[in-house]
Design a protein. Structure first.
Length: 51
């Protein structure tokens, strides 16, 4: 999973976080501008890139 900061915005797998820390009945969510689909690559990796 790629996580970047672009133009002061958090970007996860190409999707921008538009609202963070929204309280929900079962926890906290982050609203993004696109759907993130599970990769067919089953390796559990996290890549943090500072741009």
């Amino acid at each position: 999973m790629n996580v970047d900061i672009q133009d002061n915005a958090l970007v996860v797998e190409g999707s921008t976080v538009v609202e963070a820390d929204v309280e929900a009945s079962n926890g906290v969510i982050h609203v993004i501008d696109e759907v993130i689909l599970q990769s067919t690559d089953r390796r559990n990796t996290l890549s943090l890139n500072k741009v």
